[in-house]
Design a protein around this ligand. Structure first.
Ligand SMILES: [Zn+2]
Length: 261
């Protein structure tokens, strides 16, 4: 599943093929296709960045393409004429420059807007600190976790809230909580500042490792029924959250209690 580190690697993979090149062709497809894509024709790509779990492409005419990949979206780069690895009908956005065709498949969110509107853009402006950004403000993420509305929220849900911090997905969340020996069901308000800082720092470090190596440490994720590598208790899994329940993997031996206390 795309988390912040996956997006950073995707951006790094596309950047050398796109940046500095004028757009020769652009097409949008799928439900809610981007209107008036011809606005990017002739514009030069100036940057390809990951912002949390968004992949953003900037153009020198002030336009910005934002894609959020959620569970199944991905960006591929092909040579002109090369056969695509997913059906063309699933392409949400296609960008052609000299020597390359960049295709975004299956992304639920694809938007093209003016950069100066970004501060007004509801989802990007609301994002918490991007954990993969240089010099990310850990204290700001902790301040956002401390918002009164989140005091009763289980930490396993709060860490996935991109308005608190941007980049952590379900796998990194589970690993950070295991490394900190913290139960996903502990309410945020019951954790001290040092623990919250540590969780945010662990999330950042796991994402950095993933961005650098393409691999993430995995001590409990997808390991339910198997012994905890730290204490030998059996790792468990339960669903957490009401809107979009996510799988929480944890060790009752060293992380503590589960959903029923
Ligand atoms: Zn354990």
């Amino acid at each position: 599943m795309p988390e912040g580190d996956t997006l950073a690697r995707t951006a790094a993979g596309l950047r050398p093929w796109l940046v500095g090149r004028p757009v020769l062709a652009a097409r949008a497809g799928g439900l809610g296709a981007v209107p008036r894509v011809e606005r990017v024709l002739g514009a030069t790509v100036t940057a390809v960045e990951s912002v949390g779990k968004n992949l953003v492409i900037l153009f020198d005419n002030g336009l910005e393409l934002r894609t959020h990949l959620r569970m199944h979206g991905s960006w591929h780069r092909y040579r002109p004429g090369e056969r695509w690895r997913r059906p063309p009908a699933r392409a949400r956005f296609v960008l052609e420059v000299e020597g390359s065709v960049a295709v975004c498949f299956d992304a639920p969110v694809v938007e093209l807007f003016e950069q100066r509107a970004q501060t007004l853009h509801p989802s990007l402006s609301a994002l918490g600190p991007d954990l993969l950004a240089e010099g990310v403000d850990i204290d700001e993420a902790v301040r956002r976790l401390r918002a009164p509305a989140r005091a009763a929220m289980p930490i396993g849900e709060a860490l996935l809230d991109q308005r608190v911090l941007a980049g952590i997905g379900n796998e990194v969340k589970n690993e950070a909580l295991w490394q900190a020996a913290c139960s996903p069901w502990t309410p945020v308000g019951a954790l001290d500042d040092a623990t919250l800082s540590r969780l945010v720092e662990l999330g950042r470090d796991i994402l950095r490792e993933g961005a650098a190596t393409g691999r993430r440490p995995r001590h409990v994720y997808h390991r339910s029924g198997r012994p905890c590598p730290r204490c030998g208790s059996i790792v468990r899994m339960a669903h957490q959250g009401s809107d979009l329940p996510r799988q929480a993997y944890w060790c009752p031996g060293c992380q503590g209690t589960g959903p029923q206390g």
